[in-house]
Ligand binder design. Structure first.
Ligand code: NAP
Ligand code: L37
Length: 296
């Protein structure tokens, strides 16, 4: 049996249409557009692609996009000064500093200068803390997008056994927290996990966020499980061109899983749609305009 495909691209498209509708209502009520500022330092090719996609999607949703490109040899002081300027700008509702930063720039130092109430990436320790104690804040875009796909596919996640492979601050840890909050029973696996294939085999839900091409094999997967592949790995294809693959060996996994996200077209587009969502939510909060945030 071949697994159902979880079409993240289509889901993200639907979410972006809802966001566009709410962005129009925001503009009518606030007398201005919601604004998202994205800061890109240096010339990392993947980051350039993502920042361009984010800017285009922001404009398409009827929001303002402000892009700031800074040279790779920028000082930490210059970057922090830019962040402070954006913190003070009332037209800016969300600030995203695209990671990774060039060598020599301290990511934590930069992120901690972002106003937590404009931190639409949810990377500031205040937002990590809010998530961990159940207060309203901003949740990192990629794991929130994964949760949306899981709820859409499975409905209530109560009592499900979930395994998150990876414990990074931007994906694995917040993903495990969100699944716990949704009443799943969560195991966090990482590079020191013993018998990873056996651990994965117990799971109704597998979220792979490892950064190792096609590491998770079909025979690790419990039949019928739901598999969310966060990995974005560029590898050499047979035709001499490079191609994108996930952290899951898609061909073998789809023979066993109940449902699976493809790469590309799975989690990646959700990351961008959720970023717009967080920026719009921020705009409504900052202007004290009522919004049913769960509807987005
Ligand atoms: P990361 O910071 O490098 O973390 C990787 C995690 O995987 C670490 O916790 C590491 O364990 C664990 N790991 C590494 N090798 C392992 C192994 N052999 N077995 C089990 N666990 C292992 O990566 P990340 O930022 O979380 O990103 C993970 C992947 O998601 C990457 O492919 C990245 O490109 C992708 N990503 C995609 C999106 C998107 O929008 N789709 C967004 C962000 C990231 P230790 O902690 O023990 O080192
Ligand atoms: N919010 N996201 C946020 N902040 C950051 O600092 N680095 C980073 C970040 N990561 C990020 O934007 N990742 C990301 C990954 C993949 C896509 C978008 C964003 C994406 O659109 N992926 C497409 C394929 C794109 C391609 O061909 O390269 C996909 O379908 O998966």
């Amino acid at each position: 049996m071949s697994a159902a495909l979880i079409d993240g691209k289509a889901f993200a498209e639907g979410l972006r249409q809802k966001i566009a509708k709410f962005a129009g209502e925001f503009e009518a009520k606030a007398g201005r557009k919601a604004g998202l500022a994205v800061v890109l330092v240096g010339e990392d090719p993947a980051s350039q692609v993502y920042v361009r996609s984010k800017g285009k999607a922001t404009l398409a949703a009827g929001m303002n996009s402000l892009e700031y490109k800074m040279p790779a040899d920028s000082t930490e002081e210059a970057l922090i000064a830019k962040v402070k300027e954006l913190n003070a700008d009332p037209a800016v509702d969300g600030i995203l500093v695209q990671l990774p930063l060039p060598k020599g720039l301290d990511e934590q130092a930069v992120i901690s200068t972002i106003d937590p109430d404009k931190d639409v990436d949810g990377f500031h320790i205040i937002n990590a803390g809010r998530l961990s104690v159940g207060q309203k804040g901003f949740v990192p875009c990629t794991p929130l997008g994964c949760l949306m796909l899981l709820k859409d596919r499975l409905g209530d996640l109560s009592g499900k056994d979930a395994v998150v492979i990876g414990r990074s601050n931007i994906v694995g840890k917040p993903m495990a927290q969100l699944l716990t909050d949704a009443n799943a029973t969560v195991t966090i696996a990482h590079s020191r996990t013993a018998n990873l294939p056996e651990v994965v085999k117990r799971a109704d839900i597998v979220v792979a966020a490892v950064g190792r091409p096609e590491m998770v094999k079909g025979d690790w997967i419990k039949p019928g499980a739901t598999v969310i592949d966060v990995g974005i790995n560029r590898v050499d294809g047979e035709d001499g061109k490079t191609k994108l693959v996930g952290d899951v060996d898609f061909d073998s996994a789809r023979e066993v899983a109940g449902a699976i996200t493809p790469v590309p077209g799975g989690v990646g587009p959700m990351t961008i749609a959720v970023l717009l969502r967080n920026a719009l939510v921020s705009a409504y909060r900052r202007e004290n305009i009522a919004l049913d945030e769960d509807a987005l």
